[in-house]
Ligand binder design. Structure first.
Ligand code: NAI
Length: 346
């Protein structure tokens, strides 16, 4: 079930956690500690079965190894999932038990928020372990809510893509279609509007999309229309695996650049984008702003200003990947994966 699983990638360790008192069932996957402690968030999610949970933990932890390595962080990659169930509702005791499980790994794994886990949840887990980040910080310090900083990284990364593909150095008149207006997509829309971009927006919360559109002078469209909007850039900032054979065939853009994790449904989809001449900004490179921020918080290194400088480097990193992809006629996701794997000694 584990060693021959399709997504097993020589993960260093996979811990299965059970706490009888609270019913906690969790999987903590440590993909690589080659560059440092394995860092990656905790997801609280309802999984169809244990295998689905394991698959998620294996894929997400490998993605964190790549993301942290490409961001130049002294951290490896890991991820945890808590199997959501009616029999074991989220409670303080359950989150504390999760914190204790993280602590038992002695710092080999550092956790943070992910889907379904709030800052308040992590503050509870932090009662039992210090290997938690993404906690509230005082003004000027590095750390706290990663969403706006992820948006900053996507903004500069998208600028690199627009420069490479469209030959434009800013967003004036550039048409961006944004899918998802949450913590990242919303902040990104604000920044792009200030930069003079033309925006088309969609969110499953249609009222939210309409409110953003009214405030930013943008156009709101239904969610099933956003990926087919004729624009310069498509920016996925909702859930992952949105780029598959059908959606890629329907895209009418020159660039795909957004924060969603695991945007490519399958490895073949990077090649599909390249074959259509669409420049894809590899997700784990462009969306690293948040992890750069919370790792600085965890290590107690730097402040908000040094985090901002580190996030600004995402622009140059992506520009390098685009040039390498052109030179080698290789899809950008393959170029990024190759660079990331070399950094983690794989
Ligand atoms: P969020 O939960 O704050 O926002 C997601 C938004 O997308 C919500 O407004 C939701 O209504 C909307 N949405 C969901 N499904 C949709 C659909 N099919 N079409 C249109 N809108 C839809 O999440 P957040 O934090 O903004 O993250 C967005 C993406 O970026 C996620 O994939 C996340 O994994 C990824 N990411 C987030 C980071 C962060 O710092 N928050 C860091 C790296 C990646």
């Amino acid at each position: 079930m584990l060693f021959d699983a399709a997504d097993f990638d020589a993960h260093e360790a996979v811990h299965f956690v059970h706490d009888a008192a609270t019913g906690l069932r969790a999987i903590i996957a440590v993909h690589s500690t080659h560059l440092g402690p394995a860092a990656g968030g905790c997801r609280w999610w309802f999984y169809e079965d244990d295998v689905a949970a394991l698959t998620d933990a294996l894929r997400l932890s490998r993605g964190m190894s790549y993301k942290n390595a490409m961001a130049g962080l002294p951290m490896g990659g890991g991820k945890s999932v808590i199997l959501r169930s009616d029999a074991a509702p989220k409670s303080e005791a359950l989150l504390e038990a999760f914190g204790a499980a993280v602590d038992s790994l002695g710092g080999r794994y550092v956790t943070a928020e992910d889907v379904g886990i709030s800052v308040a949840d992590m503050q509870i887990a932090a009662r039992r372990t210090r290997h938690v980040t993404g906690l509230p910080v005082a003004g000027g310090a590095a750390g706290g809510n990663p969403g706006p900083l992820t948006a900053e990284g996507v903004f500069v990364g998208m600028r690199a893509a627009v420069a490479h593909k469209l030959g434009k150095s800013d967003f004036a008149g550039v048409h961006v279609a944004i899918q998802g207006l949450g913590s990242v997509g919303g902040a990104l829309a604000e920044k792009l509007a200030v930069g003079g971009a033309v925006l088309t927006l969609a969110d499953i919360d249609a009222d939210r999309a309409r409110a953003f559109a009214a405030r930013l002078g943008a156009t709101a469209v239904p969610v099933d229309a956003i990926a087919g909007v004729a624009a310069d850039v498509f920016s996925p900032n909702a859930l992952g695996a949105g780029l598959d054979e059908a959606t890629i065939a329907a895209l009418q853009v020159a660039v795909v650049a957004g924060a969603a994790n695991n945007q490519l449904a399958t490895p073949a989809d990077g090649a599909r984008l390249a074959a259509r001449g669409i420049l894809y900004a590899p997700d784990y490179v462009i969306n690293a702003g948040g992890i750069i921020n919370v790792v600085a918080e965890y290590l107690g290194q730097g402040d908000a200003a040094s985090v901002a400088r580190a996030i600004a480097r995402i622009e140059e990193r992506l520009a390098d990947i685009f040039v390498q992809a052109d030179r080698s006629a290789t899809p950008t996701d393959v170029v990024a994966d190759t660079l990331a794997r070399a950094l983690i000694g794989r």
